[in-house]
Design a protein around this ligand. Sequence first.
Ligand code: HPA
Length: 276
Amino acid sequence: MQVSLAQIDHLVEKIRSRVRQKPRIGIILGTGLGGLAETVLAATFVPYHELPDWPTSTVVGHAGRLVSGELEGQPVLVMQGRIHYYEGYSMAQVTMPVRVMQRLGIEILIVTNAAGAINPDYLPGEVMLITDHLNLTGMTGLNPLIGPNMDEFGPRFPDMGQAYDRELSALARNVAAQSGIQLHEGVYVGLSGPSFETPADLRFLRLAGADAVGMSTVSEVTVARHGGTRVLGISGISNKANLDGDTTTSHEEVLEAGRVLTPKLETIIRGLLRLL
Ligand code: HPA
């Protein structure tokens, strides 16, 4: 299903009528990582189901609401829970919230996710700065920009040479170092899910240069960059990817890791917001 500019702008009007502030920074919180949204000051909550045409989060670990308010003095709009392609929505629907944020005027998008470690040096509970991504869903025909180009946002063939903003990444790196948080850096590969990968999938992804694997983020970032929004991406490593087939991966494990990851992500994001 395509999403029209009229639908996007209708949502923008609805949200404007509910929240006081114009957001400067959009934040998308991944599975089990919603805690930061609870600490937003002067918060207004808009549950997704109260917004017309807004896809709802059906997954445990995603609250499913927008949180508008202030973090470290910055006007933010937080998605506490994201939409995934595997929930049955089209790529246009999955990325519609990014379009809405762009029309609301955000300059920067911070995306977080829970991811499996393909890089053998990463451990559950550690965090990775996303320096680039492998758009495997896009390569197989699920690019969110397929369809008539929305000229109001950006060009037909957007450049993706610097999907993740170098300046924002440098700031995040400094904040992590000053806070004593080990921050890996690597390539995130986005798959559709919902099944986890086979060991053969994982060996293939490792050879292709992926450090962490997940089921989100890439389409959102593609749409963000199409519209000229600057992006910072951070993965919370929730589990070690099962390259030899000897262990199992579960959603519960991903949620459990979120409890360790949330304070680290909060420290990095708050530190970054203070510098902006
Ligand atoms: N694979 C895919 N997606 C994930 C994983 C994983 O191991 N962990 C968290 N999201």
